[in-house]
Design a protein around this ligand. Structure first.
Ligand SMILES: Cc1cc2nc3c(=O)[nH]c(=O)nc-3n(C[C@H](O)[C@H](O)[C@H](O)COP(=O)(O)O)c2cc1C
Length: 422
């Protein structure tokens, strides 16, 4: 009997201990729910319209409603006019199908202010796996959403600005292309060709072949330092200067003694004038190289000045291709460069090419440049082609050497061929 009483006392002591443990456990969980910054609600899944049976302090802070105000209500009172119907539908489906769901939904506080609610709804199951309740965890993600929206606006504005710049550059590129020779002079016994390949929309290179008079054709090729917009602006200015409209910088000089009212300016005169017109400006650091020459058709004589430009390529009918060295300072570097005219005598079957350094300096992935020697080889191996095709072939050889679709610098070539009598 004594032993029985002892057992009972032990059991009731254990029960008391257990219930105190459970109480402590529950208290702790309740404190944790109340302490969390997030809003937490529990709804009764079996109740009519899934009513709230618990809301923590975080929910009160987030929404401005007191727990007393929301108990017994469905959480949809947080929604308003601008709440996305699709998100509501997504929530509704998940709740109906008793599965967890996370959404970002626009909600309204008691004072009517809006906030973005990152809401996770999870079913709570009993021992039989039946959903008895739902727990909802709510976080205010308004700041992040606002930042994302601002970013989207900035991105759209940037895209619009980019589109505008692209349009401007395209237009400028079209204007630049329009300054290239549309049609070339076709004097008896001669042929001309050109190739122009900007590395970006706008090029710092420019070139032209122009009639100066019945026996004279002017050829030039120029390469402005750098490339892109500022280089293109100068190259466009240059092609306007190097025109046959008589004027201060033109290829023709006003001359009252001449029956036409002008005379053809000598190449050295033209380049000297350019150098005067274009003194070095440390702010822009721009300068340009140029070959300007006049071909005398009857004499088969090319009289030219080089201003720091890469060598000419001379491909005689019989002999090997050779690089004709050119000297002189680029235009815009020194005040008195002392340019000198040179004369090249041409024979039937000869070809002459003026190139920009974008071609010889085109580098392969190892950094090795196409160079003068490969340029000469390319000129020789393509000599059986027409002049136009030959220029294309030379550029193609450089492209193969680089093993890349585009070049880092603008590439331009002007070709001249003295046709054979046959
Ligand atoms: C536990 C729980 C918490 C919820 N919390 C929110 C909430 O914070 N904001 C909200 O817009 N909807 C909340 N909802 C969803 C709505 O109560 C409702 O289920 C939803 O709007 C889809 O149903 P309806 O189309 O009948 O309104 C919650 C739902 C549950 C079950």
């Amino acid at each position: 009997m004594k032993a029985l009483t002892g057992l009972r006392a032990w059991r009731s002591g254990k029960r008391a201990l257990m219930s105190r443990g459970l109480e402590t456990d529950l208290l702790l969980k309740n404190r944790a729910l109340e302490a969390t910054a997030e809003g937490i609600v529990i709804t009764d899944a079996s109740g009519k319209d899934n009513p709230i049976i618990y809301a923590n302090a975080g929910f009160e802070r987030l929404t401005g409603y007191t727990t007393a105000e929301v108990l017994g209500h469905n959480c949809r009172f947080l929604q308003g006019n601008d709440t996305d119907p699709e998100t509501k539908e997504e929530l509704k489906r998940a709740i109906r199908e008793r599965r967890p769901c996370t959404v970002e939904i626009l909600n309204y506080r008691k004072d009517g202010s809006r906030f973005w609610n990152r809401l996770s709804v999870t079913p709570i199951l009993d021992d039989d796996g039946e959903t008895t309740h739902f727990i909802g965890v709510q976080s205010d993600v308004t700041e992040r959403r606002d930042a994302e929206a601002a970013l989207r606006i900035t991105k759209a504005e940037l895209e619009a600005a980019n589109e505008h710049i692209r349009f401007d550059l395209d237009t400028a590129a079209r204007i630049q292309r329009a300054l290239l020779p549309m049609s070339l002079p076709e004097p008896r016994g001669y042929r001309f060709a050109w190739h122009f390949l900007p590395s970006t929309q706008l090029a710092g290179d420019t070139l032209n072949v122009l009639w100066l008079g019945p026996d004279k054709v002017a050829l030039y090729i120029a390469d402005v330092s750098g490339h892109g917009v500022s280089a293109a602006l100068l190259s466009v200015t240059l092609s306007r200067w190097l025109s046959t409209t008589p004027g201060q910088l033109s290829l023709l000089t006003a001359d009252s003694a001449s029956p036409t009212g002008y005379r053809i300016s000598a190449p050295v005169e033209v380049v000297e004038r350019l150098n005067q017109q274009f003194p070095f400006d440390a702010r822009t650091g721009q300068y340009f190289t140029l070959i300007y020459g006049i071909l005398s058709l009857s004499l088969r004589e090319f009289r030219y000045v080089s201003a720091g430009h890469p060598p000419l390529v001379h491909l005689p009918l019989e002999g090997a291709a050779r690089a004709v060295s050119t000297e002189g300072f680029p235009v815009g570097l020194v005040r008195t460069p002392g340019y000198e005219e040179r004369v090249m005598q041409l024979s039937p079957g000869d070809r002459l090419m003026l190139v920009t350094d974008g071609l010889t300096e085109a580098a392969n992935p190892a950094g090795e440049q196409f160079g003068e020697q490969r340029l000469l080889e390319a000129a020789e191996t393509s000599r059986s082609h027409s002049l136009e095709r030959q220029l294309d072939e030379i550029v193609e050889s450089a492209r193969c050497w680089c093993s890349c679709p585009g070049f880092d610098d603008d590439i331009s070539l002007v070709g001249l061929e003295v046709l054979r009598a046959d």
